[in-house]
Design a protein around this ligand. Structure first.
Ligand SMILES: Nc1ncnc2c1ncn2[C@@H]1O[C@H](COP(=O)(O)OP(=O)(O)OP(=O)(O)O)[C@@H](O)[C@H]1O
Length: 295
């Protein structure tokens, strides 16, 4: 069996007003995982635990089958981490200084790759980092992560602040990154288009809990909006297997997270389905949060 790129087992972190976990999540190498969740759900905290800059109170984190207690430096050299906020603002540093500093730290540094990316992103090596705009800083951070040639990319809201053209380049570069071998990406994002275009798996998180972790194709198969000819009571509809929401009307609208089970139950009840439509990812998150609140 291949070793997991990321293995999170029973991880918990408590702050005064926030509890993360317990979280269990394993990611095989070679996939893109999108972490989708509301503000303050713990995505950044999770990334910092994956980078060992925040220590969990409980549980075990392994990357490439190894733990930080054993081989911290070697592990970090295999990871490209794009933090939500930039650290590259040391007074007076120019882009070329950061590039030189970073290149010494990463044995697989690809200078040609960085130069090509700098050209695509219009980064001037002579520019002072603390004077760059937010978007230009994000371009720089992303280009550094890619040029490190990591096996695991951890991207915390990578598109935040990017203009549409830089955003396209970033998506293109992530796709290219994934074509070479068993590389893995974990990215937190609020941009559903990114999830649609890049993700193999989606982890929905809210208030420190993992609500759902599934491959994207299964999610889009399982979640459907169904319109049925019969007018049924809302209370009755939400008893149907898989149904998470019901809007009664002339044609009743049902949202299900298990379309096969719902359709079977409707068929047994002799109720005709007049229309089916996919459910958007942000709608899935909305329903999962509502279900959690009802519990
Ligand atoms: N060092 C800390 N001390 C106390 N509370 C903290 C600390 N770091 C984070 N938190 C709290 O943990 C919660 C989760 O924060 P986190 O930044 O991980 O969320 P997020 O999902 O990344 O949010 P966003 O989408 O807004 O970036 C928040 O309530 C935050 O205030």
């Amino acid at each position: 069996m291949s070793v997991y790129a990321v293995s999170i087992e029973g991880v918990e972190k408590r702050y005064e007003r926030f509890q993360l976990g317990p979280i269990r999540l394993t990611v095989e190498p070679g996939v893109v995982v999108a972490i989708v969740g509301s503000n303050g759900s713990g995505k950044t905290t999770l990334f910092h635990m994956l980078m060992n800059t925040v220590q969990p109170d409980r549980g075990d984190i392994r990357l490439f089958g190894e733990s930080y207690a054993e081989r911290e430096v070697e592990m970090k050299r295999r990871i490209g981490f794009m933090a939500e906020s930039s650290y590259a603002e040391e007074a007076g540093w120019r882009i070329r200084d950061i590039v030189s500093f970073t290149s010494h730290w990463y044995p697989n540094w690809d200078a040609g790759k960085w130069e090509a990316l700098a050209e695509r992103f219009e980064l001037d090596p002579k520019a002072k980092v603390n004077l760059l705009s937010k978007g230009m800083k994000r371009r720089l951070m992303f280009s550094l992560c890619i040029a490190q040639s990591p096996e695991l990319l951890l991207l915390d809201e990578p598109s935040s602040g990017l203009d549409p053209s830089a955003w396209r380049i970033m998506l293109d570069e992530i796709k290219k990154f994934m074509t070479a071998g068993d590389r893995t990406v974990l990215m937190a994002t609020h941009t559903m288009e990114e999830v649609r275009r890049l993700a193999d798996y989606v982890a929905f998180v809210h208030d420190g809990k993992l609500l759902e972790y599934k491959d994207k194709d299964t999610l889009s198969y399982d979640w459907k909006t169904l319109w049925i000819g019969a007018a049924i009571e809302e209370a009755e509809a939400v008893q149907l297997p898989g149904v998470v929401d019901c809007e009664p009307g002339g044609t009743t609208r049902l949202t299900t997270r298990d379309v096969s089970a719902t359709e079977q139950a409707l068929e047994q009840a002799g109720i005709e389905i007049v229309n089916r439509q996919p459910v958007e990812l942000d709608e899935m998150l909305h329903h999962l949060i509502a279900m959690k609140k009802q519990k």
